[in-house]
Design a protein around this ligand. Sequence first.
Ligand code: FPP
Length: 235
Amino acid sequence: MSVPEHIAIIMDGNGRWAKKRGLPRNAGHTAGAKNVENICVAAKKLGVKYLTLYALSTENWSRPEAEVRALMRLLSGYLDKAIKTAHENQMHIRVIGDISRLDQKFQRQISEAERVSSVYSDLNLTIAINYGSRDEIVRAMRHVAEDIKAGTLLPEAITEELFDSYLDTKELPAPDLLVRTSGEQRLSNYLLWQVAYSEFYFTPVPWPDFDEKELAKAVDAYENRDRRYGGIREE
Ligand code: FPP
């Protein structure tokens, strides 16, 4: 198989990475945020067109307030820098998730990064913030119901493709490869609809240590998979 066009990543293990070094959890998140930049550049070099990263889930709000605040600060700091990376790497930045719960300044910053980078298409970086797949599906359902109520959509017009167009990921192809770092083998409410046919790759390496070489290994594993759709073997 060829290089995956779209890789989705669950960036797990920041906390354990920090603990192993006797550092506070937030130091792990800082190292993790730094790694995002490296992986964007590495993905582009490999020929990957879409990279979708799980930065903050709807469930992450239950973490200690100080940790959530630190994560928000990191994300906001990252977005500032990402605009420069976008220009250098012709990278289109998008954010998925329910951003209405984020503070106004952060929401404006997201819109600005999306707007400025929308002219690029070499690499498409999507960051999931306050994202949960079930929440995304429920929001899409509500939107479908509103359109039916308004008379602009007929129930018989609902197909998989149409439903896709109501999801946050409407501008993205489905992921070819889903990677989760740090040993856990769960989806944790990430892109449940979108990964229906994706290959999964789990690695014990924690996110801050998941470098260019580790990404190449994941791509290699993908390329060596025997991909089957509904039992029909691809030649
Ligand atoms: C999981 O580690 C990671 C997160 C909850 C957040 C991911 C965020 C970043 C990598 C930083 C910011 C992101 C961007 C896009 C700049 P964990 O805390 O659950 O680790 P643990 O399971 O070892 O405790």
